[in-house]
Design a protein. Sequence first.
Lengths: 259, 259
Amino acid sequence: MRSGKSMKAEAVEAEALLPAPNAGSGRANSSRIVGTSVHASVANEIGQRIVRGDYPPGAILPNEAKWAETFEVSRSAVREAIKMLMAKSLLSSRPKVGSWVEPRERWNLLDRDVLTWYATSPNRETFLKSVQEFRHIIEPEATALAALRRTDEQMAEISAACREMGAATSLPQRTQADTRFHLAILRASGNELLVPLGTLIESALAHLFVFVTREADDLRHAQGLHEAIEKAIRLHRPEAARNAVRKLLANTDEVIARV
Amino acid sequence: MRSGKSMKAEAVEAEALLPAPNAGSGRANSSRIVGTSVHASVANEIGQRIVRGDYPPGAILPNEAKWAETFEVSRSAVREAIKMLMAKSLLSSRPKVGSWVEPRERWNLLDRDVLTWYATSPNRETFLKSVQEFRHIIEPEATALAALRRTDEQMAEISAACREMGAATSLPQRTQADTRFHLAILRASGNELLVPLGTLIESALAHLFVFVTREADDLRHAQGLHEAIEKAIRLHRPEAARNAVRKLLANTDEVIARV
DNA sequence: TCATATGATTTGTAGGACAATTGTTGACTC
DNA sequence: GAGTCAACAATTGTCCTACAAATCATATGA
């Protein structure tokens, strides 16, 4: 309706940015998430499609005008969305050629959004495995570092989160405290590169753990493992901390294997 | 010159996107890197300033019109640049408020560009230390995984890179082979999250190692350490691989300490 | 004192125009 | 027939203007 030039008789076939089209025959663009901007929605939609594999690496994407038409937004909005995906190295572009999907290796996999898209894509089981294995590499060492270098303030935060976990009455509440616990440890590790990594891991797991329902018995056991980690850090025992984390991860592996 | 509205008598004071202003009094925008787009240059410039600390977290940035004026580019270009920085979580924006710098913890530190900006910022020594420590966490385990899971093709690539390193006659050539070697190992680890991480580490180190000049004796020693790693992977010895990598990292630590 | 309107500022979106780049095609020459 | 070069066309890049939407600040009134 707003594209002035190519308003031919052909069916427009605009895709909604969200699966909830408005019933009325009114304005077509009102079907996007309220509170999010158009360019963000478009970036989300295109990014998800790329990660999902709709456009394999090397493939040329539809041009900007085409995207504008399919989403019924302006070319400016499309361009801003594409720039966001460029910033994540999901695609590049050149005049006359168009935009193409970059090879997987150049993707910024360690990015919140890309990770989220990945976590909802078909091959999320292998992804979950990668994340969990990644934790085995990172977390024992990070926790050992935390045991060596934590300040008293950082320790207080870790302990508080641990206590909060034990006192949690609902699952989301517990998950939140759990996340806080692990992030506090990474912060205490004193390596600024570990913090963003932890954020990513936690966010990925949050996406993937919604399915896992734990039993009360299981929760009690996990709580004990967490407390062992807290204690090791508190007593400045790096080796004990490392081992405690390994036990916790082994427990998580088991839980995952059961699903 | 192209801003039609606010061409008052006041000094415009446009900042060049690059420190090489053209001597002539001609067009002002010709001072950017040839071959790079305007929005990319602007994103680079603003991103660098943020990471450098010109605008601390929480600070409100100049508004889009102001950036357009200072760089003598259109508001559209500025917006695209800002969208790229948004995609890296360096800033957010809301109407009427403006754009503000996000807290450091939300920055996408594990991003090529952000890392590059970081590597050129004042506090790069601490950054180098973090990266190197990060390697100590990642690489031994990744290499052990590679020793377990490598395919023959991956092994061939690793061996080729190792040989190439030994045969290199110039320093850049050697560095390139070195990078190829480490990346091949990460690819062979079979964890898709490790590859982008390795790319980042290597790119960060490339920025930081330009200063380090190594002596012939030193190089021979380092080559031996690399070959030990190659051998351990070839023979499927994860524990030996881990230890060999630790030795190499210790050697690198020494080199860094000497600077 | 509190709620409410209104006003101003900034980003968000749209749409049109042209420039720059470069792949493609076709003509021309050797 | 092969190769070279020029013209063309398609696509992104850049700029511009206008308005919409959001929201903070201020003033106004109950």
